[in-house]
Design a protein around this ligand. Structure first.
Ligand SMILES: C[S@@+](CC[C@H](N)C(=O)[O-])C[C@H]1O[C@@H](n2cnc3c(N)ncnc32)[C@H](O)[C@@H]1O
Length: 265
């Protein structure tokens, strides 16, 4: 498996097991769930979760009645996902899916695109997702915003450190995020929000819809009880839903989901 060693060693540390349990990760989880529940075909559709990690989304999708197959290059992730009842998990790569044409009613790429530095590789992954998706089905891809690193290092109080500042400025000017230390993610590509539209188009999927997942709320969502559940969390999710397709707010969101429907047969 041709996975960048820095990416592999980052994920071998097991951080994906509970990354989405609290803080900004909790908001990413809730908003991903919120959008997916509105855009997915009804259960029991067959869903392929490419770069599905430890199965954090596959778990609730099985509970919602979906038939889930998960592909991930990291053995630890595959082992953890395979322990979830109802999830088939195999090792694989988004760029070369060992899956039949038109098999899935939805294909999720919630991770691979932001770990593929070369545009051609991202297009290849999107083409593969389109290939395995049935007519009328959907492809959903997550990207990280070009500006997420800048706001993240500012929010963590680290942007003034000279090397952090140098690498963060490179995120903004090139989109290429180089690993610095354990706190600041691993090798990644941070998309300009408009770039994903042309990548979908170049992979043969026209008129996709973008959803800003966290909006600006990932910078403060863990304050004031917004993520503690109950009515208050519902109010936050309602607020974010109301601006999720506003083009001028795309870049402030840490993550975007882009959704395209395959033409009917
Ligand atoms: C931040 S995790 C996201 C996991 C999960 N999908 C989620 O939304 O929380 C990114 C995932 O992408 C996977 N990944 C990285 N490069 C990949 C590739 N070339 N093909 C498929 N998956 C890849 C990683 O192993 C990891 O599980």
């Amino acid at each position: 498996m041709n996975l960048d060693p820095a990416i592999r060693s980052y994920y071998d540390r097991g951080g994906e097991i509970d990354r989405l349990a609290d803080g900004p990760g909790r908001l990413e989880f809730l908003r991903t769930q919120d959008v997916l529940r509105r855009v997915l075909p009804p259960a029991p559709a067959v869903v392929l979760d490419v770069g599905g990690g430890t199965g954090v989304h596959a778990r609730w999708l099985v509970d919602d009645g979906y038939q889930m197959r998960l592909v991930d290059p990291v053995p630890l992730h595959v082992t953890r996902a395979a322990e979830i009842a109802g999830v088939e998990a195999v090792q694989g790569d988004a760029r070369r899916l060992d899956e039949p044409d038109r098999r899935y009613q939805a294909t999720l790429l919630l991770g691979p695109l932001y770990h593929l530095i070369e545009r051609e590789e991202r297009i290849t992954a999107l083409r593969e997702a389109a290939r395995v998706t049935a007519p009328g089905g959907i492809v959903v891809a997550a990207t990280i915003s070009r500006y997420a690193g800048l706001y993240d290092t500012l929010a963590r109080g680290r942007y003034a450190e000279p090397e952090v500042r140098r690498l963060t400025d490179l995120d903004v000017s090139t989109g290429i995020h180089q690993p610095f230390d354990r706190d600041l993610f691993t090798t990644a590509y941070f998309h300009h929000p408009d770039e994903i539209l042309t990548e979908f188009a170049d992979a043969g999927m026209s008129t996709p819809t973008r959803y800003a997942l966290e909006g600006g709320a990932w910078l403060f969502g863990d304050r004031h009880g917004w993520l503690e559940g109950g009515d208050r969390t519902e109010v936050l999710l309602d607020a974010l839903r109301s601006v999720e397709q506003e083009p001028t707010l795309m870049g402030i969101s840490a993550h975007l989901l882009t959704v395209a429907q395959m033409p009917a047969a």
